[in-house]
Design a protein around this ligand. Structure first.
Ligand SMILES: Nc1ncnc2c1ncn2[C@@H]1O[C@H](COP(=O)(O)OP(=O)(O)OP(=O)(O)O)[C@@H](O)[C@H]1O
Ligand SMILES: [Mg+2]
Length: 282
């Protein structure tokens, strides 16, 4: 698979180097997995809420152009969606919907045949617009679709950090590794990668999965992926989906909600490698 991103990435980087060298506090994070159905949408939604609970201003973007469904998880019917923004009909702030505390969502556009995210130029313009919100948000999380496609790769290469989600199943771990390998090769290894193990049966199960993936990434790709923590398999996640409410709000004392809270705190504590440093033009 060929990705023609490097030149565009450098163009954007050069533009952002004009800010006098100051590092923006805004952290734009791509949530990805490789394998589908491992919990990207569940974790990006509940992690956004957990960050908001810590006083952070958060925008969650449903960037899954294939099957966006965060609005369904929230039981809402939005007026405007990401497609309106991409077509230039609405600004991000006009389309974003407040959810809870300082958290807003930019709903996705599942089934909209005029949805143009697949166009790289349009996608890069979206990242520029998101970066311009540096005084409005502390975190912007992008929930992406499953699979290794140019849309996901472009998102990873043009955001500050990447959170890779995997379950302990070997198939999910292999697909996560495939994504990490591709984006490492595309970026020259300059990515800020983080890992969450979801739906683990025990802390040991999760930690072993994390350790194995860290080992292969470090051995074969000569780069690091930081283990942010794990979320146990929890039937409350399913109950919350049925009620169309996030588990973090519906069952705040559940095992999944408390572990997501811990992950949010770890994420806040993590210093980020500045975007400027990461994509510095050689
Ligand atoms: N920690 C968990 N415990 C139990 N069930 C979970 C957990 N996390 C997610 N699930 C369930 O797994 C299924 C898939 O979750 P989700 O939709 O978040 O995955 P996804 O990676 O976004 O999928 P897709 O690739 O289709 O976008 C859902 O039914 C969800 O309720
Ligand atoms: Mg999803």
């Amino acid at each position: 698979m060929m990705f023609d991103q490097a030149a565009k990435l450098r163009t954007i980087a050069a533009r952002h180097r004009d800010d006098g060298g100051t590092t923006t506090p805004l952290r734009i994070i791509t949530i990805t997995s490789g394998k589908g159905g491992v919990g990207k949408s569940t974790l990006s939604l509940n992690l956004s809420l957990a960050l908001a609970a810590q006083g952070k201003k958060v925008l969650l973007v449903d960037a899954d152009s294939n099957l966006a469904n965060l609005d369904v998880l929230l039981g809402m019917t939005p007026t405007y969606r990401l497609s309106h923004v991409l077509r230039g009909e609405k600004s991000i702030e006009e389309a974003a919907v407040p959810v809870w505390k300082g958290m807003k969502i930019l709903p996705g556009s599942s089934g909209d045949i005029r949805f143009p995210l697949i166009d790289t130029e349009v996608q890069l313009k979206l990242f520029e617009d998101l970066r311009a919100l540096q005084n409005t948000f502390d975190f912007i999380l992008l929930d992406t679709g499953a699979g290794l496609n140019s849309e996901v790769v472009t998102s990873i290469l043009n955001t500050d950090e990447t959170i890779v989600i995997t379950t302990p199943e070997p198939t999910a771990v292999m697909d996560a590794y495939a994504v990490i390998k591709t984006v490492c090769l595309e970026s020259g290894g300059k990515l800020d990668l983080k890992l969450i193990v979801n739906a683990a049966w025990s802390p040991l199960d999760a930690e072993e999965t994390g350790r194995k993936l860290q080992m292969v990434v470090s051995h074969f790709l000569k780069t690091q992926i930081h283990y942010l923590g794990f979320v146990p398999y929890d039937k409350n996640v399913h109950h919350a989906v049925v009620e169309q409410q996030p588990v973090y709000l519906k069952f705040p004392r559940s095992a999944s909600a408390t572990s997501i809270q811990k992950i949010a705190q770890t994420l806040i504590r993590q210093p980020k490698i500045s975007y400027q440093e990461r994509v510095a033009v050689k």
